[in-house]
Design a protein. Structure first.
Length: 188
């Protein structure tokens, strides 16, 4: 596990550091409805709705630099309280997708921050302390042309705890929150 994370980080850093020329035509945007699967919730896994937005800079057709923003909410019960967890994530990354006129498959890798806060639906005075952690952001995307836009299907892992697991595997606890999204891409 530690080697996989270290190799992925080295590959991402090498791709980001490569200087390339850019033009106005190299900008793109994605907007997507998503579903977040939270494996770190009280009492087990929870699923909830979300939104994902991606800004793309394509200095080179197969390679894109990305800024990804995700917000989501999951609901769960703890004793008599109805709680929900608000999630917010931001990541900088790299997407590699070979250029094609038809459908194309790409992979992404990024680093960012995931923040979350638990709020009670039944007790308005309850507030948990908001928390945040460094996030590794691997994913896979399928993009299908549809007229002047592309339909994007994406599966991304908002992986937290990876830094501690890399430094000390005995102490580290890698946690996964996975997003599945469908949306459109403009400017491809």
């Amino acid at each position: 596990m530690r080697c996989t994370i270290a190799c992925a980080l080295a590959l991402g850093a090498g791709l980001i550091a490569r200087p390339t020329p850019m033009s106005a035509q190299s900008l793109g945007w994605q907007a997507a409805a998503s579903v977040l699967v939270d494996t770190d919730a009280f009492g087990g896994t929870r699923v909830g709705p979300g939104l994902t937005g991606v800004a793309l800079v394509r200095p080179d057709r197969p390679l894109s630099y990305t800024l990804t923003l995700t917000v989501a909410r999951t609901d769960f019960r703890v004793e008599s309280d109805e709680l929900h967890r608000n999630h917010g994530a931001v990541a900088l990354g790299v997407r590699y997708a070979p250029p094609r006129d038809g459908p194309r498959v790409g992979v992404t890798m990024g680093l960012g921050v995931l923040a979350w806060d638990d709020v009670s639906e039944t007790d308005p005075t309850f507030r948990s302390g908001a928390d945040a952690d460094a996030m590794l952001f691997p994913g896979v995307e399928v993009s299908i042309p549809a007229g002047s836009v592309r339909i994007d299907l994406a599966l991304r892992d908002l992986m937290t705890g990876w830094w501690n697991a890399l430094l000390d595997p005995a102490e580290g606890d890698v946690r996964h929150r996975v997003t599945a999204s469908i949306g459109i891409e403009l400017g491809s």
